[in-house]
Write a protein that binds this ligand. Structure first.
Ligand code: ADP
Ligand code: 5GP
Length: 190
């Protein structure tokens, strides 16, 4: 089935909730139909992350230059680093009839939701706080200081969930994936 029209999807949720995990299943199934927007970031790559695939890893100087040159559709400072969505890539994809997914944090998502009222906003929720902390720690990609910084903002992030069109609770990955898939199938038909 082809999408009735190209749409902008915004997926957010606290760090460690499982956005990447659920999305990688989603893209296994939907590759070719919908595009993942690879963001720019000033944070250092984690083990196994590849430039141009997970992120475009750039310096703070480059990032600031890109802000001045209006290269970002949105950007935000999150836990001491900058993250931004490449404007040309997203707008060109939509113009060419391809739907795009942004996987971004809540400040950037808020800006997108204000500017693109028709975007499909999806908030991924943890089943509870203990499980979120276990997942974030279990991933073993952040230092203790980084984990605490990320946990510190979870409450304010969760408060944003009421502003989203859809909320998906990621208790079991398969179930969360199926919910995301059914949202996508519903949205691509309208
Ligand atoms: P995010 O992209 O939201 O920061 P990740 O996808 O990196 O989160 O997931 C964080 C950790 O939690 C990973 O180790 C992942 O394997 C694990 N995880 C994700 N979803 C689930 C789930 N439903 N149940 C248990 N563990 C999960
Ligand atoms: P991480 O360092 O765990 O990869 O990402 C930290 C947070 O930044 C996550 O919530 C992630 O979704 C978000 N993020 C990734 N890319 C972007 C982006 O381009 N813009 C914004 N605002 N947030 C982003």
């Amino acid at each position: 089935m082809k999408d009735k029209k190209a749409k902008l999807y915004v997926i957010t949720g606290p760090s460690g909730v499982g956005k990447g995990t659920v999305l990688s299943k989603f893209f296994e199934k939907n590759k070719g139909n919908i595009i993942y927007s690879v963001s720019c970031t000033t944070r250092k790559p984690r083990l196994g992350e590849k430039n141009g695939i997970n992120y475009f890893f750039i310096s703070k100087e480059e990032f600031k230059k890109d802000i001045e040159n209006n290269e970002f559709l949105e950007w935000a400072k999150y836990s001491d680093n900058y993250y931004g969505t490449r404007k040309d890539f997203v707008l060109n994809s939509l113009e060419n009839g391809k739907s795009v997914i942004l996987e971004i944090e809540t400040q950037g998502a808020k800006k997108i939701m204000e500017e693109y009222k028709n975007c499909v906003s999806i908030f991924i929720m943890p089943p509870n706080m203990d499980e979120l902390e276990n997942r974030l720690r279990g991933r073993k990609t952040e230092t203790e200081e980084m984990i605490l910084k990320r946990l510190d903002i979870v409450k304010s992030e969760l408060e944003e969930s009421k502003n989203y069109k859809y909320v998906v609770i990621n208790d079991k990955v398969d179930k969360a994936f199926e919910q995301l898939q059914s949202i996508y199938e519903k949205e691509r038909a309208i």
